[in-house]
Design a protein around this ligand. Structure first.
Ligand SMILES: [Zn+2]
Length: 294
């Protein structure tokens, strides 16, 4: 009993340390912008992406239902903007800038929008994913989006088969994270295989770490202090949910241990960022004081 508990705790520590270290480590490296030449995209899909970002019309009843359905998400990530179905221009500008800076022109962004027919057309046109994958796994995913509209059931996600980002939360860092998935996929040759692998154990941790690192790296390079703090505070616990899902079968309560661990790590990184920032600011003022006295 004791030894199994000890083993469980060791397991949690290993998984969390690996996850958090991989996030912290890569985020400090210089940010690498993506370039269109390095992507494998579909010409047919490019033609369907002339307007890259679209927005659904506000529907009070549907959006309120969606807001209610998103309460667990708001609690888990401790942010009332999660799945609030009201995406403002600030979040839109954040994802637009990311896509522009990374030269991602064939990915579609739907801000609280339900357009299943267009998504089926995008699935058919996305020749950069093997046809065998598109009409099996891809069809199931688009069917899921059609039957369970995100406008009610929420869940910000990137669909690699239709190369479409669906957003329902008004959180810039989460928007950038989904766009970072599209960048990861844009570079892959075997997109369908890579997407199918997401359904295997542990693989989500790998793909989520890539997207989270890229999003963090981007926000750390381009964002102001508030944006950078927010990114840590939301993306670390969000990553914690994936660690939690990976270990919950083996470790009782593992999901919440990982989630809370993510919150603590994210808050700590955010606090450290503010401390360093204010330290630099104080040092800057201090260095200017003699001139001011003169
Ligand atoms: Zn993700």
């Amino acid at each position: 009993m004791v030894s199994s508990l000890t083993r469980s705790i060791t397991w949690i520590r290993i998984v969390m340390a690996t996850g958090m270290l991989s996030l912290a480590g890569c985020a400090t490296a210089p940010y690498m912008k993506g370039s269109a030449q390095s992507y494998r995209t579909s010409q047919e899909l490019a033609a369907l992406t002339e307007t890259q970002i679209e927005r659904g019309k506000p529907l009070v009843v549907v959006d309120s239902l969606g807001w209610l359905w998103g309460i667990p998400g708001k609690i888990l990530l401790f942010d009332r903007r999660v799945e609030n179905h009201r995406i403002d221009s600030h979040t839109e500008a954040a994802i637009a800038a990311y896509l522009n800076d990374n030269e991602l022109s064939t990915v579609k962004v739907r801000l609280n929008q339900y357009r299943p027919l267009d998504d089926w057309k995008r699935l058919a046109a996305n020749k950069s994913v093997g046809v065998g994958w598109r009409y099996t796994f891809g069809a199931v995913i688009v069917l899921g989006e059609t039957i369970f509209p995100g406008r009610v059931f929420g869940s910000d996600h990137y669909n690699p088969y239709s190369n479409t980002i669906h957003l329902y939360s008004n959180v810039p860092a989460l928007a950038v994270h989904e766009a970072a998935h599209s960048k990861d996929y844009a570079r892959r040759k075997w997109k369908g295989t890579y997407a199918a692998a997401y359904f295997l154990p542990i693989v989500p941790l790998y793909q989520e770490a890539i997207a989270t690192n890229d999003a963090l790296g981007y926000v750390m390079t381009t964002g102001d202090l508030q944006a950078r703090q927010e990114a840590y505070e939301i993306l670390y616990p969000a990553y914690g949910t994936y660690v939690g899902e990976a270990i919950s079968g083996a470790v009782p309560g593992g999901y919440f241990v990982a989630l809370i661990g993510g919150h603590i790590a994210g808050r700590w990184k955010s606090w450290d960022l503010a401390r360093t920032h204010h330290g630099d600011h104080d040092a800057f003022l201090h260095s200017r004081q003699p001139a001011a006295i003169d």
